[in-house]
Design a protein around this ligand. Structure first.
Ligand SMILES: NC(=O)c1ccc[n+]([C@@H]2O[C@H](COP(=O)([O-])OP(=O)(O)OC[C@H]3O[C@@H](n4cnc5c(N)ncnc54)[C@H](O)[C@@H]3O)[C@@H](O)[C@H]2O)c1
Length: 253
């Protein structure tokens, strides 16, 4: 079998109603997986899953709700017999310089970006362990290296990388790989509308000269979730057009 295909695999992608998560879910479905399109926004999950065809099913859940995430995984396993691939993509930003950041903004970002990921993993791991197979891929950000006005976000994404490396040690003996993708700026509808000027600046600061398309991040996720990456675990793949090789100083111009 083509090691980059997912025939017979069951995948769960969080935050899949929009942007990068939607692209990851669509690529997994195109390559043969049955994909659970999970989002806190029911309409977004339904719309995204419908566009992906029969291989995709919508699910509504808040990743910060530990019990709800356990129920979601239990339902998937009851219905499909297994969960092979978990893509922890749901994430939020609440950017502000520290002098203006409220504790609630710190807490909200950590709740989704770090604890939400931990919830999904804790729910998925028992079944993966029992079956001796699992691929966990989580979405960090190049901002884990530092980004102006993002103390909460950088902390959450750097924490996600550390957590994944620690988990890879625990789960390796059960044939479960744990990896991270760290995108630079990605052209999601939200970002394009919110700040067109940011695109210009990021393009100038990026060695490849442009922002990424969501599917370019999805390709990295698919690789790490595939058998082509069977011997890769505890790694962070920066998909940022080369920006990880530069200092954060370009953001201060
Ligand atoms: N867009 C970028 O430039 C960029 C760069 C680096 C990393 N990232 C990361 O990629 C991931 C996706 O970003 P995006 O740009 O596609 O964002 P997006 O806002 O387009 O999509 C995120 C999705 O997650 C869902 N979501 C939010 N909170 C949730 C929760 N508590 N439970 C379940 N679903 C929830 C939203 O409803 C939305 O559909 C995030 O983790 C983000 O931090 C994005």
């Amino acid at each position: 079998m083509d090691s980059l295909r997912f025939d017979g695999r069951i995948a769960l992608v969080t935050g899949a109603g929009s942007g990068i998560g939607q692209a990851c879910a669509a690529l997994l479905a195109e390559r043969g997986a049955k994909v659970m399109v999970l989002d806190i926004d029911q309409a977004a999950a339904e719309q995204a899953a419908a566009a992906m065809g029969v291989g995709a099913q919508p699910l509504t859940c808040d990743v910060t709700d530990r019990h709800a995430m356990r129920e979601v995984v239990a339902r998937i396993e009851a219905r499909h017999g297994r969960l092979d691939i978990l893509v922890n993509n749901a994430g939020i930003i609440r950017d502000k310089q520290i002098r203006n950041m409220a504790p609630e903004e710190w807490k909200a970002v950590l709740a989704v970006n770090t604890r939400g990921v931990w919830n999904g993993i804790q729910a998925a791991v028992p079944g993966m362990r029992a079956r001796g197979y699992g691929k966990i891929v989580s979405m960090a950000s190049r901002a884990a290296l530092g980004n102006f006005g993002q103390t909460n976000y950088a902390f959450s994404k750097a924490g996600l990388i550390g957590m994944s490396r620690a988990l890879a040690l625990e789960l390796g003996p059960d044939n479960i790989t744990v990896n991270v993708v760290a995108p630079g700026l990605v052209e999601t509808p939200l970002i394009r509308q919110a700040n067109p000027e940011l695109h210009e600046r990021v393009a100038r600061a990026t060695p490849l000269g442009r922002a990424a398309q969501p599917r370019e991040i999805g390709e990295a996720v698919c690789f790490l979730a595939s058998e082509a990456a069977a011997y890769i675990t505890a790694q962070t793949l920066f998909v940022c057009g080369g920006r990880s090789a530069k200092s954060a100083r370009e953001n201060w111009n």
